[in-house]
Design a protein around this ligand. Structure first.
Ligand code: FVH
Length: 284
């Protein structure tokens, strides 16, 4: 990979995120070309030194970053543009099937195609906290101006898969926190008071992941700490408490139903990560 802030970069799509990406490239010294369907959104970047391409065809450079609403916008925009000689780095959010289809389509048109996912908000772009996931052919140019680049492998679907897996983690943790917050509010405990305790629990659970991952990868779940049937008894408290307090019990019931199914399938004496089997198959 060339560590070269002189590499010219094009950024197509100047919404909230695309503007932050273009600004980070400019700040790092990359000659930066920009294009947006609504041209006025390029004004501030042009004032900061970007070149505004008059057409999408002119915008396509050796390295072109795409950051549009979704994959259909990408296909709609680039449909007839001609892609030979371009490496597209598509940082638009989507799923792995869309990423693989778009890779095949772009390669058919002569482009090199790298898919990506941005795990950050616009204001974090350009800092180490901004994680950019990439997959597809390994880039031979430097994108470090954007943040921490993590290359995941040749399969162009991997970046989107990691993105969706990360979002699942994020929203599951947040929903669990909201459930506990709703329960505690009934006793007059406000969200700010509960938050540090919730954070401590989340950090403790995060520490279990490497050991649990080892059990999943070995497909062996000895109950070293607690058996699933013991966990299920605590889950019953979670359901009963929610119902008694008059707060929403959907999430506790879902958690318990999955454990109950695994126990019914004979896994009650094994450790929690045996539930992976419930996640690996589509629900009834
Ligand atoms: N903003 C964020 O925090 C998140 C963080 C994680 C990843 N995302 C993803 O980034 C993609 C873009 O998000 P965004 O926040 O920049 O979105 P908007 O501000 O709404 O900008 C959308 C741009 O897409 C252009 N566009 C849409 N459809 C078309 C089309 N058919 N042809 C050409 N351009 C199109 C739009 O153009 P315009 O409306 O300004 O003319 C904007 O440039 C997204 O995948 C997030 O999930 C951001």
């Amino acid at each position: 990979m060339t560590d070269n802030a002189n590499t010219p970069i094009s950024v197509v799509g100047l919404g909230l995120m695309g503007t932050a990406l273009a600004r980070a490239f400019l700040k790092a010294g990359h000659p930066t070309t920009v294009w947006n369907r609504t041209a006025a959104k390029a004004d501030s970047l042009v004032a900061e030194g970007a070149r505004l391409a008059p057409t999408i065809g002119d915008a396509l450079g050796a390295v072109t970053i795409l950051c549009l609403t979704d994959y259909s916008a990408v296909r709609e925009l680039l449909g007839d543009a001609g892609l030979a000689g371009t490496t597209l780095v598509n940082l638009t959010s989507g799923d792995s099937a869309q990423a693989r289809e778009t890779a095949a389509w772009a390669e058919k048109q002569g482009a090199r195609y790298v898919d990506g996912a941005i795990m950050a908000i616009p204001s974090a772009i350009g800092t180490a906290e901004a994680v950019i996931l990439l997959s597809g052919p390994r880039p031979d140019f430097e994108l470090g101006a954007l943040g921490t680049i993590s290359y995941l492998g040749e399969d162009p679907g991997l970046a989107s898969l990691y993105d969706v897996a990360g979002l699942t983690m994020m929203w599951s943790v947040l929903n669990a926190w909201l459930q506990g917050t709703a329960m505690l509010k009934t006793a007059g405990v406000d969200a700010a008071t509960y938050a540090p305790f919730a954070r401590q629990i989340a950090a403790g659970v995060a520490d279990w992941l490497p050991g649990y991952a080892e059990q999943i990868d070995k497909d062996s779940f000895p109950a070293e700490v607690s058996a699933l049937e013991t966990d299920a008894r605590a889950m019953a408290h979670m359901v009963e408490e929610s119902e008694a307090l008059g707060v929403n019990a959907e999430l506790p019931k879902l958690i318990k139903a999955m454990a109950d199914r695994a126990i019914a399938a004979g896994h009650g004496g094994e450790q929690y990560p045996v539930l992976i089997r419930e996640f690996e198959r589509a629900g009834e």
